[in-house]
Write a protein that binds this ligand. Structure first.
Ligand code: HH2
Length: 279
């Protein structure tokens, strides 16, 4: 569990890892349209790398509530040049997609991780990535992006998310994907109310019990707006606090927009964790 296999790369999870978000979309909820041009997206991604991102997560389709679907060709056109350039720079690149065709193209272009908010449930997705050796992030979502926030409902959100992730891990293992390649994610904000998100964060230990690295993505999400009253671009401090709350409960990867802020927070966190008790 302390090492994640992503292609030929071995990522140590001894200290928490930072996944930097690189959106090449016109409509992402917080930075849509800003990095649409490939060269701007590459520059932004390299800045995140320099600030301390361990993984760069490149996405070409927004998953925000109400987002419109993007055709396969268009999504590939958006992400491919960015992935190729970052892989050539030696970055660890993840592709944030639900489409098997995009996964295949991204892996051929040098990505070594697939981050799928549908947990490889699209027909052909499991088979498409099984032989690649890539790391996989399996995320829970209730419903689908267009409608997921209309009426999220669970009898027990922690049990249901855990059971779903267990099922997807089993499906991956049956398809020949070893556990050393897998990461699980509760999917904050994906078909969840504020209370669902808070319960999942509070009881993240129950997901850590699955024995796989847990990734969380809380950066700029509406949950932070509800708690602080802040607009999307003013949620950085709240995001750092939320990610540290998750790390305190065992999360090993955090998916963030502001890498520099998270890196500083982790410098303090890791120093405290590593300090010998002098008493
Ligand atoms: N959240 C978003 C997208 N992908 N992947 C994982 N594994 N976990 C998450 O929580 C997650 C994710 C949504 O955030 P963002 O990429 O900033 O926005 P958009 O989907 O609008 O591009």
């Amino acid at each position: 569990m302390s090492v994640l296999h992503a292609g030929a790369t071995r990522l140590s999870l001894t200290t928490p890892l930072i996944m930097g978000i690189v959106n090449t979309t016109p409509d992402s909820f917080s930075d849509g349209g800003r990095w649409l041009d490939a060269s701007a997206a590459i520059r932004h991604a390299l800045k995140l790398r320099d600030e301390g991102a361990d993984i760069l997560d490149v996405g070409g389709e927004s998953t925000r509530p109400g987002a419109v679907a993007v055709p396969v060709d268009e999504e590939i056109r958006r992400v491919l040049p960015v992935i190729e350039a970052l892989a050539a720079e030696g970055c660890v690149v993840s592709v944030d997609t639900t489409k098997p065709e995009v996964m295949r193209a991204a892996l051929a272009a040098g990505a070594t991780m697939v981050n799928d908010v549908m947990a490889l449930q699209a027909p052909g997705a499991l088979e498409g990535v099984a032989k690649s050796g890539a790391a996989i992030c399996l995320m829970h979502m209730q419903g689908e992006p267009r409608t997921m926030q209309q009426a999220p409902s669970y009898a027990n959100v922690v049990d249901e998310v855990k059971r779903f992730l267990q099922g997807r891990v089993a499906a991956c293992e049956a398809a020949g994907i070893g556990r050393e390649r897998l990461v699980v994610d509760p999917g904050f904000g994906f078909g969840k109310t504020l209370e669902h998100n808070l319960v999942l964060l509070k009881r993240l230990d129950r997901l850590v019990d699955l024995g796989l690295p847990v990734l969380v993505g809380l950066s700029r999400k509406s949950m932070l707006g509800a708690l602080t009253g802040r607009s999307v671009e003013a949620r950085e401090f709240a995001g750092v606090a939320a990610h540290l709350a998750a790390i305190a409960r065992g999360a090993r990867l955090v998916r963030v927009h502001n890498v520099a802020a998270m890196r500083d927070a982790l410098a303090v966190w890791n120093a405290v964790e590593e300090q010998q008790d002098g008493t």
